[in-house]
Design a protein around this ligand. Structure first.
Ligand code: MF3
Ligand code: CO
Length: 255
């Protein structure tokens, strides 16, 4: 499938999808507390998304059984919400969610600490988030996809962290996953030339230890092979003539 350039109408719909997703993440972040089950997070997330008249895009996607991917500690992504899995102080938890608004998708992930967490855990969360912002310095018309990937990798690896290779970001629009793939590591190829109107879900997944991951028996949950902690940060990004627009972050007002 070719990489699509979104029209103004499509961009407006994706902005709205992103705005709703940003609000959903904010509300979920405020609800997190020790003792909360990962199942409760999913129930609340789905309720919020449907409250906006949107559809949670992950629900039943390739058979995924929930609306929010909840991945705790050494779980990298795609953790399945579970009534028996209770968050405890010191855990880190990644929440990944997607919404569909009038046929258009947004996709975003955040990693949070529960209660007070270790300095090492906080650093992994901060570096993972910052690796995204290092990457999007190159999310501009005229750069190539590999410039984004290389910047994410270089930054994360400078802290000795492992950049997950087995999962990548992606184009997004009328489908959750569109071309191109957006790796978080450099390739020998420079990748596509970025053009205004392209929409990408850029999503570094960074391990405190080695980069290797394995799938659990539920066929969804991805965990670090060495048991180290993992963090995830993702936004839906619009390429423009100037600075990229982060569709799944709250709209910045300048006062
Ligand atoms: N945010 C994830 C991604 O970009 C989507 C989760 S997969 C699902 O691939 F099956 F849970 F939907
Ligand atoms: Co994604």
């Amino acid at each position: 499938m070719a990489v699509t350039i979104k029209s103004q109408r499509e961009i407006d719909l994706m902005r709205k999808a992103g705005e709703i997703l940003a609000a959903t993440h904010d509300e979920l972040a405020r609800a997190l507390h020790p003792g909360m089950s990962t199942f409760e997070i999913d129930r609340l997330g789905e309720k919020i998304i449907r409250g906006y008249g949107c559809v949670p895009s992950f629900k039943n996607y390739n058979g995924y059984p929930a609306s929010i991917c909840v991945s705790v500690n050494d779980e990298v992504v795609h953790g399945i919400p579970d009534k028996r899995r209770l968050l405890k102080e010191g855990d880190i938890v990644s929440l990944d969610a997607g919404v569909i608004y009038k046929g258009y998708h947004s996709d975003a992930a955040r990693t949070y600490g529960i209660g007070s967490i270790s300095a090492q855990s906080q650093k992994l969360i901060d570096v993972t988030r910052q690796s995204f912002f290092e990457g999007i310095k190159f999310a501009k018309a005229g750069y190539h996809l590999n410039d984004i990937s290389k910047a994410i990798q270089t930054y994360a690896e400078s802290f000795g962290y492992g950049v997950v290779r087995s999962l990548v970001g992606h184009g997004i629009g009328t489908h959750l996953h569109e071309d191109p793939e957006v790796p978080n590591f450099a390739s020998r190829r420079k990748g596509i030339l970025l053009r205004p109107g392209m929409t990408l879900a850029i999503e570094p997944m960074i391990n405190a230890g080695r980069a290797d991951v394995v799938w659990m028996d539920d066929d969804w949950t991805v965990v670090t092979e060495d048991g180290s902690l993992s963090a995830h940060y993702e936004n839906t990004v619009l390429i423009t003539d100037g600075e990229p627009e982060l569709l799944s972050l709250p709209v910045q007002t300048s006062i």
